[in-house]
Design a protein around this ligand. Structure first.
Ligand SMILES: NC(=O)c1ccc[n+]([C@@H]2O[C@H](COP(=O)([O-])OP(=O)(O)OC[C@H]3O[C@@H](n4cnc5c(N)ncnc54)[C@H](OP(=O)(O)O)[C@@H]3O)[C@@H](O)[C@H]2O)c1
Length: 253
């Protein structure tokens, strides 16, 4: 069995890779920093191929698929992503375009190309790492939340298409709340709710993916998920603005 994991040098991607290795999966792991990947994966007992690519470049997503399309990948985990906290009128447009290219375009391209291969073989799985952010708007992290809504909705629609095709190919979408990773350092964000560990989050995601769950929400966020659907949008905006995404320096004052 072979798995391709993007964003495997840190946080959720690293823990998902470790957990998949414990099931005997050979790994293809991707991040921009190949040296870091080589260090992390050097003592793994399974076969690991480390690939340094910037997936915010569309051409690199195509290149990745070209490199691996004949390797009989069984599982694609789209995970590489980042956020950037701040009011939309202040945040960097260049950074946001890169975010959309990574969080949206790379997921879109890799999902499409590997899905086509999987459908041909009538075998394969895709796990898209979205977020609870996909279910609601996120003041202070507006673009990030919007990217996650894209991933969530794309994955759900594909699920139904696979069902109509009677395909054995599976797709799941992982929607955790805050996870203790390097995310906040990159995004300069801080959430006023408890964080789960990346190890717990990743095991939860993979265990439920193997149970063919479509939307995977860790237990600590199940009530929030329900409330999001019941509470009026303007109230969600206020509450969400209070609990998340404030500039980290401001919160730690
Ligand atoms: N942490 C949370 O609270 C949380 C909650 C819900 C969902 N998520 C989602 O979980 C996923 C993983 O995030 P994380 O929390 O584990 O964050 P993280 O610790 O910062 O890991 C991000 C990973 O993405 C890679 N990456 C970043 N930019 C890349 C690029 N342009 N090309 C290729 N790889 C790139 C990073 O490696 P390099 O820097 O070496 O490239 C790293 O391996 C993201 O999609 C995030 O949105 C996180």
């Amino acid at each position: 069995m072979k798995a391709l994991i993007t964003g495997a040098s840190s946080g959720i991607g690293k823990e998902i890779s470790k957990y998949l290795a414990s099931f005997g999966y050979d790994l293809y792991v991707v991040s921009r920093n190949k040296e870091k990947l080589d260090k992390i994966y050097k003592n793994f007992k399974v076969k690991v191929t480390t690939i340094g690519l910037d997936l915010s470049d569309y051409n690199n997503c195509i290149k990745l698929h070209d490199m691996l399309k004949d390797k009989n990948i069984d599982l694609l985990v789209n995970n590489a992503g980042f956020g950037d906290a701040g009011f939309f009128n202040n945040t960097s447009l260049d950074k946001e375009i890169d975010m959309i290219k990574l969080n949206v375009v790379s997921y879109h391209v890799l999902t499409k190309l590997f899905l086509k291969d999987f459908i041909k073989k009538n075998h394969g799985r895709i796990l898209n790492v979205a977020s609870m952010a996909g279910f609601m708007p996120g003041p202070n992290l507006a673009t990030y939340y919007a990217t996650k809504a894209y991933v969530l909705n794309l994955s759900l629609a594909i699920y139904e298409e696979l069902r109509q095709l009677n395909s054995n190919v599976k797709i799941s979408v992982f929607c955790p709340g805050p996870v203790d990773t390097n995310f906040d350092n990159v995004a300069n964000s801080k959430f006023r709710v408890s964080y789960i560990s990346s190890e717990y989050a990743s095991r939860y995601a993979i265990d439920n993916m193997f149970k063919n769950k479509l939307i995977i929400i860790p237990s600590n966020m199940k009530l929030n998920h329900l409330l999001i659907r019941l509470v009026p949008t303007k109230l969600i905006l206020k509450v969400n603005s209070l609990i998340q995404g404030k500039n980290k320096d401001e919160i730690e004052k």
